[in-house]
Write a protein of this length. Sequence first.
Length: 189
Amino acid sequence: MRVRLNRQGPERSRTGEHTISIVRRLAEHHPDRQIAAILNKQRRTTGTGLPFTEARVKGVRQRAAITAAAPADPAAGVYTIDQAASQLGVSTATIRRWLNEGLLPGEQTTPHAPWRVRLTDTIRSRFVPDIPDGYLTLGEAAKRLGVARQTVLHQVQRGDRHAIHVTQGRRKGLRISVADNDRGLFAQP
């Protein structure tokens, strides 16, 4: 008796090669849960048309022999946008603007992936200047002295008060020396 065997057709439920290559790139730096979120933001689906989950990403990685990301090394100097913002003392919007303008080095593996911001001592010094103690912004100096900002600027111009120029990112400004015993214009002795 002869029986005709079923013919094996093409795989219909295989995850696309482009998606696997993205998983390969993302797996170098990100955990499976984060990879699943990135792929879902890009509207990618598994071979069966389902959204990605942590387990499904892990399955794709295992079938394609892709190793998982090693835990982040804090000494590497690579930070997320939130971590970089707290390190530099600015908002996340400022960090994003600096990344877009090329002032801050960072990389994004694929669209919707988190930024990886590199901070070295040289970069920190550009954005977080070393300001000596007792030097305040113009607004803070005016408030502490109880005078208008313009009055403080006149004191600096006359040489009555010392000021230094500070650059923080693209912003430039003055830091004015105000001693703790400075009482201001209207203080009574």
